[in-house]
Design a binder for this molecule. Sequence first.
Ligand code: NAD
Ligand code: ZN
Length: 360
Amino acid sequence: RELIIETPGQSYPVYVGEGALDKLAHLFSDSLKGTTKLLIIADELVASLHGDTLKQALPQLPYEWLTVPSGEKAKTFASFETCLTFALEKGLDRKSCILAFGGGAAGDLAGYVAASYMRGIPFIQIPTTILAHDSAVGGKTAINHPLGKNMIGHFHQPAAVVFDTRFLQTLPEQQVRSGFAEVIKHALIADPAFLKELQTNVSSFEDLSADFLSYCLERGIQIKGEIVRQDVKEQGIRAYLNFGHTYGHALEAKLGYGKVTHGEAVAAGMVFALHISERKAGLAFNLKEFIAWLKQLGYPLDLNKELLFDELYALMARDKKTIGESIRFVLLEEVGRPVIKQMSRMELEEADRFIREEAA
Ligand code: NAD
Ligand code: ZN
């Protein structure tokens, strides 16, 4: 399946499905014709599992291969520098192309390297996690600063996204659960019918069929792509994609990255935001049933149990999505109809209590 992501001044293809990797070589005789050299920046673990498969699909071009630490450890200044040094030493030029091979972490790093090297060279995302259906599309690239996650980065759209779902076969269940939370988010903010399909068809991650998963990824990418098309630099509606993330990021930061996955924290954040939506945005929703579904899928909703609301509030207030004193929250008026509202501390505290007493 080919989807097209349109952004002002540039549009790029996203290939999703089993065997999508076959499309890779073709790109270099087409839109990326004239490419001098490739640099593959690969998550270490992904390289060991699937490196050979990728190598077989590369075009007939000289290439260099660099592995970076697996997962979040890739997104440091140190590995950013390692990548740039490697690229310079190996003689990459303005017509070279970087391939990002791994989950969102490797993709964010490689994208930022591509955005910075010689003021920007093309790159291709080759995602290997479910979560990366979200991160590979939209052009946000970043590394972490010791003072904050994703604080250093650029907008740099990929030249293409090649999402071969065969790579997902080795993904551990916790990572499936993490990535699937973003699929659920895409359904909540944009498509009630899609949400219903998810709730009907997905009752556990073990028996999720490859076909249905591909469909979910495509639909998620379409939804994200449409929002990004309308607001590339997040001046308006792109903020809707942060649904569930304000509280989710606070949980993630407080519990420690690696202790809880991004998607698990976002799932709890979505319950939080849905509860506020019912009270403050007129949302009519069967939250009880939704919570039961998330629990059945193994999402832990008691992530705040050993944390104080004050700690979470301090983090929410510091999140980069805040403007001034009040906290901007993405709520839903209806499934598929997000809205942004300023929330007071008291309202947030009430929702935090709801999670402790009724959701967890
Ligand atoms: P990740 O890249 O850290 O990967 C999670 C783990 O799974 C890693 O240990 C990795 O080695 C392993 N892995 C990856 N693919 C595998 C496979 N096919 N089989 C087995 N193991 C595999 O995590 P992620 O959840 O993909 O991405 C999270 C990152 O994405 C965060 O850094 C987050 O900030 C970023 N992100 C960026 C955007 C964006 O718009 N740029 C959006 C959302 C998230
Ligand atoms: Zn997210």
